[in-house]
Design a protein around this ligand. Structure first.
Ligand code: PBG
Length: 326
């Protein structure tokens, strides 16, 4: 009988040994907290499908941003929910509109201590819920949408965003936004491009969070879950167009995409652990079916291990608290 010479188990014997040889670690600085602010709220509004997450008022948003900075989080990503919507999402361009005003107040609160990011997309602002404007046949009009994104981007940069996140999956969106920012003297504002964003059933709870008016789906502009190679094309295009960082979204069902992208990207790679991923773990934990804390940490570690430098996660503050406790 011969025994194995290599015994990988040796390095697993104590917590200190496991810590020594851990290939991936979590740190608050690589976590980004997505937040929702809703116009006209006097109290924060809890989201039924995302237990523990709220739509913020201006005051509670400011507090969340200060807390995020104190916890040493990497950044905050702002989503706005307007009171009134129309076919072209006009409220997105209003300097006093919910999102632009929120960017301004968060920046006033945290200065440069926290990276302030904002969503450049029309779905929260349109009365039909699509990420762009529609043509006469009711299809999302790519190029007409780009013109609005360009203006939105400048408005958000002028409000004080450090990083803009175009999430609408219009072709050419990064190039148009980069040009508009540069022409407006905003050369230092960065773009995190939602490069490989898939049409996902796991966005469900987000639609409640932003009060989405969408009927139908986004399959004509977001990627098909069947496709892997195409993600590389999307990333290459966004890099050529000037993306400073790129994103893969969702995260957990797309770890192969994340690994592919991480292996070829010369710029930082972010992954978005989306609302449905949050909701699934919370729901299973609430039923006592899984260990909540261990599952959350494992899920984010897996996303980092697959190659994400940055993770957008609704658990960012809680994870940072746990990491601080050690
Ligand atoms: C679109 C947008 C979506 C999310 C972020 N930006 C929804 C969609 O594409 O339908 C989803 C985020 C999440 O589910 O947590 N502006």
């Amino acid at each position: 009988m011969s025994f194995p010479i290599h015994r990988p188990r040796r390095l697993r014997q104590t917590p200190a040994l496991r810590r020594l040889v851990a290939e991936t670690r979590l740190h608050p600085a690589e976590l980004i907290l997505p937040v929702f602010i809703r116009e006209g709220l006097t109290e924060p509004a809890p989201l039924q499908s995302m237990p523990g997450i709220v739509q913020h008022t201006t005051d509670t948003l400011k507090r969340a941003a200060v807390e995020a900075a104190e916890l040493g989080l990497g950044g905050i990503m702002l989503f706005g929910v307007p009171e009134t919507r129309d076919a072209v999402g006009s409220a997105s361009l209003d300097p006093e509109g919910v999102l632009n005003a929120a960017i301004r107040s968060v920046r006033a609160e945290v200065g440069d201590d926290l990276v302030v990011m904002s969503d450049v997309c029309l779905d929260e602002f349109t009365d039909h819920g699509h990420c762009g404007v529609l043509d006469a046949q009711g299809r999302v009009d790519n190029d007409a949408t780009l013109e609005i994104y360009a203006q939105m981007a400048v408005a958000q940069a002028e409000a004080g965003a450090h990083v803009l996140g175009p999430s609408g999956m219009m072709d050419g969106q990064v190039a148009v936004i980069r040009q508009a920012l540069d022409a407006a003297g905003q050369q230092d504002v960065s773009i995190v491009a939602y490069a490989a964003k898939y049409a996902s059933a796991f966005y469900g709870p987000f639609r409640e969070a932003v009060d989405s008016q969408l009927k139908g789906d986004r399959r004509t502009y977001q990627m098909d879950a069947a496709n892997r190679r195409e993600a590389i094309l999307e990333v290459e295009l966004d890099l050529e167009e000037g993306a400073d960082m790129i994103m893969v979204k969702p995260a957990m069902s797309y770890l192969d995409i994340l690994a592919d992208v991480a292996s070829m990207s010369p710029v930082p790679v972010a992954a978005y652990q989306i609302s449905g991923e949050y909701a699934m773990i919370e729901a299973a934990a609430a039923n006592g079916w899984i260990d909540r804390k261990a599952s959350i940490l494992e899920s984010v570690l897996g996303i980092r291990r697959a190659g994400a430098n940055l993770v957008l996660t609704y658990w960012a503050p809680e994870i940072a608290g746990w990491l601080r406790e050690g």
